[in-house]
Design a protein around this ligand. Sequence first.
Ligand code: PNS
Length: 165
Amino acid sequence: MTSETTTRCVCPGSFDPVTLGHVDVIRRAATLFDEVVVAILHNPAKRGVFTPDERRRLVVDACPEVPRLRVEIFENRLLVDVCRELDATAIVKGVRGGTDFAYELPMALMNRHLSGIETVFLPGDPRFEHISSSLVKEVARFGGDVSGLVTPPVRDALVERLQGQ
Ligand code: PNS
């Protein structure tokens, strides 16, 4: 028997900017769900380097081969409201280790408390364990080479935006 139900996951984050670690999680989410929506959301704890629209374009550029992918900006919204609007099956988050898990778990529990939605944690690929948007920005700001951490368009955008700052 086949089911007609479409499964849709939301990969939420600041994506300021998208890294190869994010791309790996987005690709893997697409093997588990019929549709992936990358939701670019505001994290009040973080000051942005790129505008939401710049982030969106960099994510789209970074994931050309991911099937049935949508990349959308949701400003000043709760993630659970976004998930409701999208009729999402689950939230997907990558976790690189215990520190990530400690950060993600309260959010997953809060989101489940608010709406019942479950969060699926994908273990980060060890090749990308050291990569975070914050570290990538710091390396780029002081003239370090971020090739191999982000896509070439993201590297170029970082160099243009941050060097000399
Ligand atoms: O990539 P980040 O910065 O770790 O992502 C955090 C993000 C944007 C997913 C989180 O801050 C979020 O969900 N923001 C939207 C507002 C919201 O729903 N806050 C309550 C979270 S329990």
